[in-house]
Design a protein around this ligand. Structure first.
Ligand SMILES: *Cc1c(COP(=O)(O)O)cnc(C)c1O
Length: 404
């Protein structure tokens, strides 16, 4: 709570009193945002290197996305899926085409997309593969993060996510992340799917060994098991390709998308797959009151159109390489290691120089927003509209903070 002025202290105290303490935010009260920058209630500006965990891939208030949202706000916002609306079909068609798949099942949050993927995989397992009723299992990776519902935290191995929230749903089998042979060894006749993040985001931007995704694809194909890629954080331009699976030329059976799909404006998630998989879901078996609402569909369509040009993917690739060179210079000077994919980096801080949280707080005081994860790691995921010179400035602030 240091560095806070009176207006901010009042806001923080109000949140402290009236909000459940399920987060521990950095002490800054943001009031406005534009592009890669945000402004706090006192007018101080910060470069946003978190982008709401990649939900703001296109930056704050991207004019093209705002335009789509404003236009739709005035026309029609919600119908429920009890009726058709004129925005959902075009959005689904564009997203399916972007992913090279047949069909889309729209939801709202990422966790809902994961839950939907689990239901689809199980239904496919029973109805197509012929798994014994109620016996289907899904293979997941150690260190995963797929959201916060009770089923999902049940197959997390993070005690903070799990402890005191059980009992949990059965049917999940753990293997080490990055080890394709372990997946093959875990597969049996009850295995419906393998669910992985192509790059583990919350775990600290853990990039698996080269060839891992290709091996997972080959193994799942050979054994008749679905490959589900949770691209909620890694997808939609972040790593320099549309999907992180593209880095190895891999096409999973099922994409789970969220975060940036909503353009930084609203929650929008989706399961994208071919008809032989997603077609197993029948009317009445799954749904959501807000899923596929026309406002979200209009925003999502604009996001997909923006990604179709490849411009943002190219920016992520070039800016990421630039960032990687700059960050590498800090290794040995307060940074123990850097993992990176596109414009997405996990930076491990030498404990002698402070915790990730302390470094994030010192960066905050210098006008740079990052977020720590798992103690010693800070995660860097700037909006893809950020400039190279802004990244240079931000890394310079990190250098000063670590030198200081
Ligand atoms: C954020 C995230 C989720 C959950 O998304 P919510 O919108 O927070 O429910 C699921 N999977 C991955 C990989 C994520 O990064």
């Amino acid at each position: 709570m240091t560095n806070l002025d009176t207006a901010s202290i009042r806001v923080v105290a109000l949140e402290d009193e009236r909000l459940a303490h399920n987060y521990h935010p950095l002490p800054v009260v943001i009031a406005r945002g534009e592009g890669a920058w945000v402004t706090d209630v006192e007018g101080k500006r910060y470069l946003d290197l978190l982008s709401a965990y990649s939900a703001l891939n296109f930056g704050h208030g991207h004019p093209a996305i705002l335009e789509a949202a404003h236009e739709q706000l005035d026309r029609l916002t919600l119908t429920s899926r009890a009726y058709h609306n004129d925005r959902l079909g075009p959005f689904a068609a564009a997203l399916a085409e972007l992913a090279g798949k047949d069909m889309v099942l729209p939801m709202n949050t990422g966790a809902e997309a994961v839950e939907t993927g689990i239901k689809v995989a199980r239904a496919w397992g029973y109805r197509v593969k012929g798994i014994t009723p109620d016996a289907a299992t899904i293979i997941v990776a150690d260190g995963n993060f797929h959201g916060r519902t009770t089923t999902i935290v049940g197959f997390s191995d993070d005690p903070q996510a799990r402890d005191d929230f059980g009992p949990f749903a059965p049917g999940f089998v753990h293997v080490p992340f990055g080890d394709a042979a372990a997946i093959e060894a875990a597969i049996d006749e009850s295995t419906a799917a393998v669910l992985i993040e192509p790059i583990q985001g919350e775990a600290g931007v853990i990039v698996p060994p080269e060839g891992y995704l290709r091996a997972v694809r080959e193994i799942t194909e050979r054994h008749g098991v679905l490959m589900i890629a949770d691209e909620i954080q890694s997808g939609l331009g972040r790593v320099g390709t549309t999907f992180a699976c593209d880095r190895e030329g891999v096409v999973p059976d099922v994409y789970l998308l969220g975060k940036a799909l909503g353009g930084g404006i609203l929650p929008l998630s989706a399961v994208v797959a071919n008809a032989d998989v997603l077609g197993v879901i029948r009317p009445g078996e799954h749904g959501s009151t807000f899923g596929g609402n026309p406002l979200a569909a209009a925003v999502g369509l604009r996001v997909v159109e923006m990604l179709a040009s490849g411009e943002f993917q190219e920016r992520a690739l070039a800016l990421g390489e630039h960032l990687g060179v700059k960050l590498a210079e800090l290794v040995g000077s307060g940074v123990t290691s850097v993992r990176r994919a596109g414009l997405w980096a996990g930076v491990d801080i030498d404990p002698a120089f402070g915790t990730g949280r302390e470094v994030a707080e010192r960066l905050l005081a210098r006008g740079v927003l990052v977020k720590d994860t798992h103690g010693q790691t800070i995660r860097i995921a700037p909006p893809l509209v950020v400039r190279a010179t802004e990244l240079d400035w931000a890394v310079e602030q990190l250098r000063v903070v670590l030198a200081g």
